[in-house]
Design a protein around this ligand. Structure first.
Ligand code: GDP
Ligand code: MG
Length: 166
């Protein structure tokens, strides 16, 4: 089986880190500076049975400019064409306005969205359930998977969930 998966989330949630963890190479540019990754970066994850192309999708931001609008439209069209969307949340920061804006964009898209709760290495496990409840109020997520993109914790589980949608 094979397919495309888009990774979305506000700046610094760990999109590039997750992609690097999955692909095992430094293909996405990482930085603490928001919006370093301006273009879609594709990474191909291949196993004996499956091939998944990951798209780092940084273009969904609240922007005032025409260029911003164009980037948003391009990103949204991408989300309609992939097999699954990974919506990354930063559990160490908690829910924020940037999350809400992106989740609102996902409303018009039929693609299954997996809620990925990232940076669990930085939070107490008890903090996760209230966050899950908060995010779940805003969207019907197909799956919910807590991970640490940085140390790789539970990333295999995430890949197994993704493979269900190929
Ligand atoms: P992006 O803007 O969404 O692509 O975010 P990046 O992948 O560039 O990550 C932003 C910052 O968060 C970097 O300093 C990463 O090292 C850090 N980061 C990403 N994932 C994790 C994680 O699971 N745990 C921790 N502690 N830090 C993370
Ligand atoms: Mg990035």
């Amino acid at each position: 089986k094979s397919g495309f998966v888009a990774i979305v989330g506000r700046p610094n949630v760990g999109k590039s880190t997750l992609m690097n963890q999955v692909i095992g190479q430094k293909i996405a540019i990482m930085s603490d500076k928001p919006q370093t990754t301006r273009n879609k970066i594709h990474g191909v994850y291949t196993t004996d049975h499956n091939q998944i192309v990951f798209l780092d999708t940084p273009g969904i931001h609240k922007r005032q400019s025409k260029l911003g609008d164009f980037m948003n439209k391009t990103a949204l069209n991408t989300l309609k064409e992939v097999e699954a969307v990974l919506f990354l949340a930063d559990t160490s920061e908690g829910f924020g306005g940037g999350d809400r804006f992106i989740i609102e964009q996902l409303k018009d898209i039929k693609t299954p969205v997996i809620l990925v709760l990232n940076k669990i290495d930085k939070v107490e496990p008890e903090a996760l359930l209230p966050m899950i409840e908060q995010y779940s109020k805003l969207h019907q997520f197909a799956e919910i998977v807590p991970i640490s993109a940085l140390n790789g914790n539970n990333v295999n589980t995430l890949l197994q969930q993704v493979e269900k949608y190929l």
